[in-house]
Design a protein around this ligand. Sequence first.
Ligand code: NAD
Length: 289
Amino acid sequence: MAQIIDGKALAAQVLERTAKDVADMIAGGGVAPGLAVILVGNDPASEVYVGRKIAQCRKAGILSLEHRLPADTPQADVLALIDQFNADPAVHGILVQLPLPKHINAALVLDRIDPAKDVDGFHPVNVGRLSTGTGGLVPCTPLGVMLLLDSVIDDYRGLNVVVIGKSNIVGKPVSMLLLEREATVTVTHIETRDLPDVARKADIIVAAAGAPHLVRGYWVKPGAVVIDVGINRVTDHDGKTRLIGDCATHELDHAKAVTPVPGGVGPMTIACLLSNTVLAAKRSSPDFQ
Ligand code: NAD
């Protein structure tokens, strides 16, 4: 039977550590870390994500400054708000909830964020730092994936990793983090040939395709670790919707360890957003070494 890696429990530990860091910062005479969250429009899923992020910030003692803007907000106004947060010393992290409405150029908006406050790690400066292994802020989901993997793997050197999906927010950054640990990383995508054969060689599979139950039991070699990043909403025969991952976890008894969906990567993403905010706040302090 494969070990189920409990993302909720691990996320609770990260949140506890983060709350302690915040308390220590304040006890040491510092200010509470501040996270500005910008939500443009009223996409229901984005509303839920932003609500969760803000609730967790409060629990950890992080100040959250929430800015909900109407869907027709001009791009220039969003950029001006980012400029304002970039200049505000009480704001240590800036998060623009994606997706943005179509009339707003997301790349332009993300590029406007001060890289030192870019707690999502999407700014080209942070992307460059990640790929050169020179620090910076790392995107939250890949960071969460690494913490989940660290709970079952001590040494990545020489391990074969297959990453399924090459997006800028998951596939590419997680590949960079695994390369830094000296794993042999194969990044795959929709055009990859014989993906089941490629996957079968992996000691670790990170599935981030957004394709329900793509990874079947016969894709996974015995003893492999499988991290399921996918979140797919499916409707059952009885009309009820539920979330499933990219991996047919019920076929993975022969794996060493797997993450569930929900309750695996998802909770880690928010926990890592908070820890990134605290990191950004610490780095902004003159005492930071
Ligand atoms: P994306 O759509 O930007 O990229 C998907 C990638 O997967 C692409 O590179 C594509 O080529 C590849 N792909 C798609 N179908 C494939 C297939 N059948 N075979 C091989 N490769 C395939 O997606 P994303 O933003 O990286 O998200 C991926 C999944 O992860 C989604 O389900 C998303 O909801 C989920 N996600 C979860 C979290 C979390 O916090 N748990 C965070 C981000 C994304």
